[in-house]
Write a protein that binds this ligand. Sequence first.
Ligand code: 5AD
Ligand code: SF4
Length: 437
Amino acid sequence: MSKEEKKLFIQTLGCQMNDTDSQHIIAELKEHKNYITTDQMEEADLIIINTCSVREKPVQKLFSEIGQFNIKKKKDAKIGVCGCTASHLGEDIIKRAPYVDFVVGARNISKIKDVVDKKGSVEIDIDYDDSTYQFAQNSNSLYKTSVNISIGCDKECTYCIVPATRGDEISIPPEMIVEQVQKDVAKGAKEVTLLGQNVNSYGRRFSDGREKTNFTKLLQEVSKIEGLERIRFTSPHPLHMDDEFIEEFAKNPKISKCIHMPLQSGSTQVLKAMKRGYTKEWFLNRAKKIRDLVPNVRITTDIIVAFPGESQEDFEDTIDVIKQVKFDQIFNFKYSPRPNTKALEFKDLEIEDEIGSARLIEVIELHKLHQSELMDSNIGKTVEVLFESLKPNGEIAGFTDNYCQVFVKGSDELLGQIVKVKITDATRTALKGEVVN
Ligand code: 5AD
Ligand code: SF4
């Protein structure tokens, strides 16, 4: 280690956008401030927590966590709070925890290199536009990479704090996205995940005021990149799943056949109160079209139970959609009231906690049945797997084209390769198989 190198410990909570934001923080601090990462908080010169505020629990945990950091950290080590909770609590973080050195909100992270040395800095401007900022590059060679395609969110889902923490949606210019993916492919990436709060509303607003485009066109551009084998994206919005998009998803061989369709609720009435912009019928119609065109598709979803005013009948609608679509994976949440959201106005309609918990369990139990059935149906099939990590037990792990995890016995020679595997066994969350020679 050269004399001036300092150590950075970074903890990332929340979504994949936060993961890429953390990668950007690491790269910026490495390039401009000579930091290298460490996984030992106690030896770090700088400790950063990149926070999430979508639900209340992680926010409550923030202060106990940074309190622990403050007790255990090296003398003179700095502490920074970044991400969505930084945006929403701002300088209150420093008021409550005066040992915090700086606070940098979700769409301000391009300022990180200037902020780390300014004790007491609070950078949380939600109108700040870093959509054309050229972040420093991390030299990690990865088989897969993630690239942001937009910042912010223009939707007004009534339960969601994100528009208040990440601001309005601005798309990143397509040529910057393509250039970034090309660079990552040159370093060994075979797969890219395009990231945004709402990826398929891409192209409606750019900071240079250029002409609009759309997500389908972006997918077509990215798929021209030579050496890139798989394209994934998250999260799309069911409302913007038009026929053109679904047809591109189905026919473009580079697009991974796994799609996230965040349902949130199966009740048209609740969807209306959530301001999701679609009905139960629209969702079912889109899911059916996708299943009809892409027989091996895996469909994942997010579901919120016990949204204020959700009756038993509304909840039965959610169960009905789950039964009809049979999701491959469900991320379940109990409604959590969040500051700066419209749903706070429905406080009188909030559902008792026990009812919420019971509904959550019902969703989980039903989903487990579907998961077992869907995963077992893979046994005997031959699939293509991109291998990406070696496990301590001598197994090697990778993902199928429809993004199912697969383990085989194998050596590191398989890393970064797409290889045919015959599936021999299945659990609810992963497959086991043998390489087909
Ligand atoms: N309460 C519970 N779940 C929420 N989500 C977003 N806001 C809330 C909230 N207030 C869930 C949604 C979203 C996922 C990322 O988090 O399902 O799709
Ligand atoms: Fe939140 Fe809705 Fe935007 Fe997703 S689409 S980030 S749920 S406001």
